[in-house]
Design a protein around this ligand. Structure first.
Ligand SMILES: *[C@@H]1O[C@H](CO)[C@@H](O)[C@H](O)[C@H]1NC(C)=O
Length: 451
């Protein structure tokens, strides 16, 4: 009886607060009927709501005040050929280009042995100690959905990836780091890239079956990491780099948000959403979405690379620095609405790293990638840092520092990536950057600041 009464009371309260939220939530279509002054007033009120939500937050890190400085733990629980080329090479099979084909073509026992050895040894507790010693405060850990479960017809190999993820959260806490859980692959595939699991399979968006499977995975992640025994875990990034119509993706994000909040109703965790290639520094697509009070503690994640397209590759060093610094203002503005994180970026400025564009695919920079126009030689622009010229390292240093400075005007930054196997592409490695001098031991001590 008591519980029934309580239930009724909660229902009434919930309905009332939902109705209130809907009234207060400003639909852009409604706003359009008002005059400009009303729009400004509405905008100000919305900003007030966002700041109030921040002030009262239950988050496990003060994102409203303290800046994120971190690294992605790339190539660990999600394989990327340019970070750990030995994984696919050990198969001796040229059909292996991603985790789908790795699992499909490699004898099961051999595949298990390769992966288990990798999970146990590529990243260990000492990596977390070292990351912390470099004055970073965050790690972002990509995770594959098949570490929780896979479905019929999928060859992916489920081992102890989920246990490793939980272990990582404990290591992070031990070394005073915060950790973002990042669902890097989703059922059906959210993008065509090799690190999405299955190259050229982009079937997640708009497919009810895959979307429901995705929510099932998010449900498990949220149930686990909302628990107070994971004080290091501050957020769940719900899908990496989805391709497709941004409005449709926005609809999906709302379903993902609700799934996470079912376990985390007092919003201790950030729900982190990718920008769907609507860069918040230059687009206001996200500036009226996920507003408080209807939504709480949403973080927008943007990835900034200037090296995967011909115009980017053609930039001079000065133009590149100008571009990075030019983002500073827009990011600060976006960060007033949703916490705005630059969750991937790199001081690297060519696509010369072997395997970066996919296994056996070439490079736009030297013209070996299908359809590309050669700009120069990749010699000395990737590989072992002891082969890098002074001038090349000076460019990496300035690229690092300009971006670290510019991105601190948002919620902060997480550089891609922590380390790279066997000097395959040291220009991408935070660790190699510190050890070879183009990244400062303390990334708040920069020699270069944007004007
Ligand atoms: C993926 O699609 C691209 C573009 O259509 C094509 O060139 C490439 O061969 C495809 N890769 C695979 C592994 O199917």
């Amino acid at each position: 009886m008591f519980s029934h009464t309580l239930f009724s009371f909660l229902t009434v309260a919930l309905v009332a607060s939902t109705a209130l939220a809907q009234v207060r939530h400003r639909d852009p279509l409604v706003v359009r009927h008002y005059g400009v002054r009303d729009f400004r007033a509405a905008e100000q009120e919305q900003r007030h709501d966002m700041l109030a939500a921040r002030a009262n937050s239950n988050l496990r890190f003060n994102y409203g005040k303290d800046k994120v400085r971190g690294v992605g733990i790339g190539g660990w629980l999600v394989i990327e050929d340019f970070i750990t080329p030995s994984i696919y090479r050990q198969t001796g099979d040229h059909r292996v280009i991603d985790e789908w084909s790795f699992a499909k073509y490699t004898p099961y026992n051999k595949a298990v042995q390769i992966l288990q050895d990798h999970y146990d040894n590529f990243i260990t507790e000492s990596d977390f100690a070292e990351i912390s010693a470099y004055n970073l405060n965050h790690v972002r850990v990509p995770f594959p959905y098949w570490g929780i479960r896979k479905w019929r017809g999928e060859p992916y190999i489920k081992l102890n990836q989920f246990e490793k993820l939980k272990q990582a959260a404990h290591w992070a806490h031990k070394y005073n780091l915060k950790m973002i859980i990042e669902l890097h692959t989703v059922p059906g595939g959210a993008n065509p890239y090799d690190h999405g699991g299955h190259t050229n399979h982009t079937n997640w968006l708009g497919n009810e079956k895959y979307e429901n499977r995705w929510l099932e995975i998010l449900d498990v992640l949220a149930e686990e990491f909302s628990q107070s025994k994971y004080p290091a875990v501050t957020g769940i990034s719900i899908v990496n780099e989805p391709n497709g119509d941004a409005n449709q993706i926005y609809g999906q994000y709302r379903r993902g948000y609700n799934t996470v909040r079912r376990h985390d109703s007092d919003a201790e965790l950030l729900v982190i959403i990718g920008d769907a290639f609507q860069n918040p520094a230059s687009s206001d697509f996200w500036s009226d979405k996920f507003s408080a009070p209807q939504f709480q503690q949403v973080m927008l994640d943007t990835h900034i690379y200037r090296l995967f397209d011909p115009p980017s590759i053609a930039l001079t060093q000065d133009q590149r620095i100008q571009y990075y610094c030019g983002l500073k203002k827009g990011l600060a503005k976006a960060n007033n609405h949703l916490y705005t994180l630059i969750g991937e970026w790199s001081p690297a400025f060519t696509d010369c790293a072997p395997g970066l564009n996919g296994r056996f695919l070439g490079h736009r920079y030297d013209g070996s990638f299908p359809g590309s126009t050669r700009r120069g030689s990749c010699q000395g622009r990737t590989g072992n840092a002891n082969q890098f010229s002074r001038g090349f390292k000076a460019n990496l240093k300035k690229n690092f520092e300009a971006q670290a400075d510019a991105y601190s005007s948002g919620a902060g930054w997480i550089m891609w990536t922590w380390k790279v196997e066997n000097h395959n592409a040291d220009e991408w490695s935070y660790r190699a950057g510190v050890q070879n001098g183009w990244i400062p031991h303390n990334p708040t001590h920069l020699d270069y600041h944007c004007p």
